[in-house]
Structures are given as C-alpha cells and as structure tokens.
Design a protein around this ligand. Structure first.
Ligand SMILES: Nc1ncnc2c1ncn2[C@@H]1O[C@H](COP(=O)(O)OP(=O)(O)O)[C@@H](O)[C@H]1O
Ligand SMILES: [Mg+2]
Length: 238
C-alpha cells in the first residue's frame, strides 16, 4: 500500500512547531468560523497569514494561543496538543512558550516601560528560567538598547509615541526567548515605513533565538518580508 502523503498524516514531524489537523471551531452553537484540515509551520519560519476582516484571523490566533478552546481536531504546538489541555494548562503553555503582540499592543499604561517588558517573564517560571538568575532587568535593558528605547525604561507607556510603544511590545514579546511569536495586525495603524521597520526589528530579534513568527493581517503589502504567505480563505473550508 502506498504511503499516505504527509499532509494527511496524524502530524508527528518534530521540525514542525505548529501542526493543525482537522480543526473545526465555532462560537457557541453557530456555524463553524474555522475548518482547517491541515497547517504545518516549521521552526524558525516567518509566516504571513492574510484574509479580509471577519475571515477568522484573530480566532485562529486565539486558538493557537490557547485563549479560545477547540473541541474538534488537534492543534499541536511544540509537540503538545492544546485541544487535550485544560484551560489552566493552556495558560501556562502560552506564558512559557509564546510571545503575543496585539493589534493595539495592550501595554499597561500605568506601569513603567521596564515593568511592561518584564511582566510576561515575571508571570512565567519557564520563561524567566531561560534568563540567568537575577538578570531579568539586565536582559530587558539589553533588548531595550537594541531596540533604541533604553532611555525610556523608567517612563510610563503614556509618555511614549506609538512607534516607541511598538518597540516595547516587541521587547515584551521576545524577552525570555519564547519559541513562538504571534502577532495580530500590530502595524495596521502605522504607515508603510514604520510597519517595515517594526517587522525588521522583530525578525532581527527572532533570528537570534530561532523563534517562529506567525503574523496575521488583511493588508498584503508586508508579504514580501516573510518566508511564506498563506491565504486563510484557501486553508479554511468553513
Ligand atoms: N466572541 C465572538 N462570539 C461570536 N462570534 C465571534 C466572536 N469573535 C468573532 N466572531 C465572529 O467570527 C468571525 C471571525 O472573526 P475574527 O476572527 O475576529 O476575524 P478577523 O480577525 O479576520 O477580522 C466573524 O464573523 C466574527 O463576527
Ligand atoms: Mg482580527
């Protein structure tokens, strides 16, 4: 009997950081928003997923981050199936292995820039554990230097420009070297030059840790900067 093609197997390639199989997701009792037979993403890949507004991009990222729970199919990240985890296990997995950059950055306005950057590591043992003991502030400062925001570390977020806030969001997502960086249209409020600059900074940091980047947007202008582009409409049968 011939071997099954690899896209239809159960998904076991250790090179894959993300492996989705037969994922169906619906909000409540509604018709499915997502129905994805197969999606594989390899370690270190920078992937751009595009689709119009309402096509399910944020839903897909919510499932990958474990904020939303799928009941059908499998979502294997770093070899672990999120569908089989409890909400608490998903929270812990996200904190340990993922950096999430939100559309509006979701920085905490009343905290300093430094505290915003270190927060995700303060909350997660594994991530903090990748930084030598007692050197969290030093690591955050060194990333802030590379991103050109070291002089703002003691300021609050509200004292920064949007461009500076972006860099804080990048610093927060990469500190503690999470294996997966997820970004939900974080650049849509910016002009092309700033968006390109933002991505180049993000990629530069991710290259150092071989992190995998998943970036969703409705705007295909940034596509050439990525290793691979995927149309959500093409992989989504819903
Ligand atoms: N919390 C929710 N409850 C019910 N329906 C939702 C919810 N969030 C999103 N949807 C619906 O799911 C679809 C996909 O939304 P979304 O993932 O936000 O798309 P995108 O990020 O591509 O704009 C839309 O039809 C939207 O109305
Ligand atoms: Mg969205």
């Amino acid at each position: 009997m011939p071997m099954k093609p690899s896209h239809s197997n159960g998904g076991t390639d250790p090179k894959n950081v993300v492996e989705i199989r037969d994922l169906v997701f619906r909000y409540g009792q509604d018709i499915p928003v997502l129905d994805i037979q197969s999606l594989d993403i390899k370690k270190g890949e920078k992937v751009f997923i595009y689709g119009p507004s309402g096509s399910g991009k944020t839903t897909l990222l919510g499932l990958l981050a474990g904020v939303l729970a799928a009941k059908e199919g499998s979502i294997r990240l770093l070899g672990k199936d999120l569908v089989k985890m409890t909400a608490h296990e998903r929270d812990e997995f996200r904190g340990n292995h993922m950096g999430y950059i939100f559309q509006m950055f979701n920085l905490i306005p009343y905290l300093s820039v430094l505290d915003n950057i270190t927060l995700s590591c303060e909350l997660n043992r594994t991530r903090k554990g990748r930084i030598p003991n007692g050197e969290l502030k030093k690591s955050a400062t060194s990333i802030a230097q590379e991103l050109g925001i070291a002089e703002y570390l003691d300021k609050t977020i509200t004292q920064l420009s949007v461009g500076q806030q972006q860099r804080v969001a990048v610093a927060r997502a990469i500190l503690g070297s999470p294996e997966i960086i997820i970004a939900d249209e974080p650049t849509s409020a910016l002009d092309y030059d700033h968006r390109e600059k933002f991505l180049k900074l993000l990629f530069l940091e991710c290259r150092k840790t071989q992190a995998t980047v998943l970036f969703v947007s409705h705007d295909r202008q940034l596509e050439p900067l990525f290793d691979r582009c995927i149309s959500l409409k093409e992989i989504n049968r819903a």
